[in-house]
Design a protein. Sequence first.
Length: 124
Amino acid sequence: MKSNHMIAIVYGWIVTIVLLLVASAFLAIAIRLMTITNKNIFYTSLAIGLVILFISGVVAGLKGKEKGWLLGAIVGIGFMGVTFFIQYVGLNEAFTLQQTVYQLTYVFAAMTGSVIGVNLANRS
């Protein structure tokens, strides 16, 4: 793997972390100020996560300029690995089948964004 691919992956992870922190702050404020049900929080978090990983994939694709599916997969799998680590260490639980499907959807969103990012980079 070329060094520009590694840089693209790191950019994707950085964008993921920054956007997750911003989204978490907004969700915390919304939960504090509004009456929100658990079901709404779940679907909102899922949608926000998909958008964040899509944007991170686009950034990785723009930086990498080739092999978008691979860059997106690595960004998504990195996110999935961190999520698994936090859940396993913090809660002493592995992913359930339902959580695995959601995590793979996140990986797919990052891959889709990265492919689009590569196509946008090559158009210029």
